[in-house]
Write a protein that binds this ligand. Structure first.
Ligand code: DGY
Length: 329
């Protein structure tokens, strides 16, 4: 039987599925250190990860490893150049999380714009004595301009919801989406600078890459409206968190909603000291149904990539399909 490592706690019934095909080493404790991950992978044919960093050194120490299946759509934890050099397949879990993640983007954006977390903390602290005409004034959503940076599948799901709020949708992306998608979403392509100037609510849904590091920092906050909000449901590192703290403190922008952070799960401690930011612990895809779908899709990818099950040899979501069928190097 081939051996696999499941590097994270996941749904036990998914582990049972994997056990039908593999000898499973299931790590259920805290996140594995790189050293421990390397050690546990040394004799494995495949692995299921969720954000664990896998690069050249880890792959070199695991000569049998042929596939690493990430339980996430984002795979910035994989060094894909190293995967390609070693002929190791990487897989991810796109699509199944689009709607839950888009819902959550809206929840964060609305919470930031309407100061929901901030006012709730104030209420819980027993500070509510009377109705105040100018208490917790926020920024409207209905009829405003939504600026989506990153118009992939989640960005599109997010933009689709804007119709019900009568919003104008502008977007920025590496390349323009197909005209029929622009028409369906009533979305106008804009340069990043134009989007930052015009949007009332900027939402980030782009993958993290070296090029996207600090896509939003001090220079970008300077271009945004003082009434604008910024929501990040993409990845930490896309926003310069220190610059964001400053922009929130000085009211250069009105508010922010963050689900992801530079260096998470550790975050810039200054973020905890500014009231006009809503902070959640990377849970945009966290509904029971969606996390189950992600776990099962990650298992499907692993099973198929290791030549087992009904899709043997044809994993549904290969990131680097060119390595399929090539000998490990
Ligand atoms: C993803 O799928 O990339 C999410 O950020 C993990 O929930």
């Amino acid at each position: 039987m081939q051996k696999i490592l499941v590097a994270r706690p996941i749904f036990p019934d998914v582990i049972e599925r994997l056990k039908q095909y593999f000898d499973v080493d299931w790590h259920q404790g805290d996140v594995l250190s790189v050293d421990e991950l390397t050690r546990r992978l040394a004799d494995k044919d495949g692995a299921l990860t969720a954000g664990d960093p896998v690069g050249a050194a880890v792959l070199a120490a695991a000569p049998r490893l042929r596939v690493v299946s990430n339980m996430a759509v984002g795979y910035n934890n994989f060094d894909m150049a190293a995967f390609n050099a070693a002929n190791v397949l990487g897989t991810n879990t796109p699509d199944v999380l689009n709607e839950s993640t888009a819902d959550f983007g809206w929840a964060l954006m609305m919470a930031a714009a309407r100061r929901i977390a901030e006012s709730e903390h104030w209420l819980r602290a027993g500070q509510w004595q009377k109705w105040i005409y100018d208490g917790f004034l926020g920024t409207d959503i209905y009829g405003s301009t939504l600026g989506v940076i990153g118009m992939g599948r989640i960005g599109q799901a997010l933009a689709r919801r804007a119709k019900g709020f009568n919003m104008q949708v502008i977007y920025h992306n590496r390349s323009r989406v197909a005209p029929e998608i622009e028409a369906e979403l009533n979305a106008e392509y804009a340069s990043k600078q134009d989007l930052l100037k015009r949007a009332d609510h900027v939402v980030l849904v782009l993958p993290y890459t070296k090029e996207n590091h600090h896509t939003i920092g001090a220079a970008e906050f300077a271009q945004m409206k003082p009434s604008a909000t910024l929501t990040n449901i993409a990845r930490g590192g896309i926003v310069d968190d220190a610059a964001l703290v400053e922009a929130l403190r000085t009211k250069q922008i009105a508010a922010a909603g963050l689900d992801v952070y530079e260096g998470e799960p550790n975050l810039n401690p200054d973020l905890l000291t500014v009231p006009n930011v809503v902070l959640t612990p990377h849970i945009a895809s966290a509904t029971e149904a969606t996390r189950r779908a992600m776990a099962n899709l990650a298992a499907d990818n692993l099973i198929a990539a290791l030549g087992e099950g009904p899709r043997a040899g044809r994993p549904p979501n290969p990131i680097n399909p060119d390595v399929i069928g090539k000998a490990r190097s």
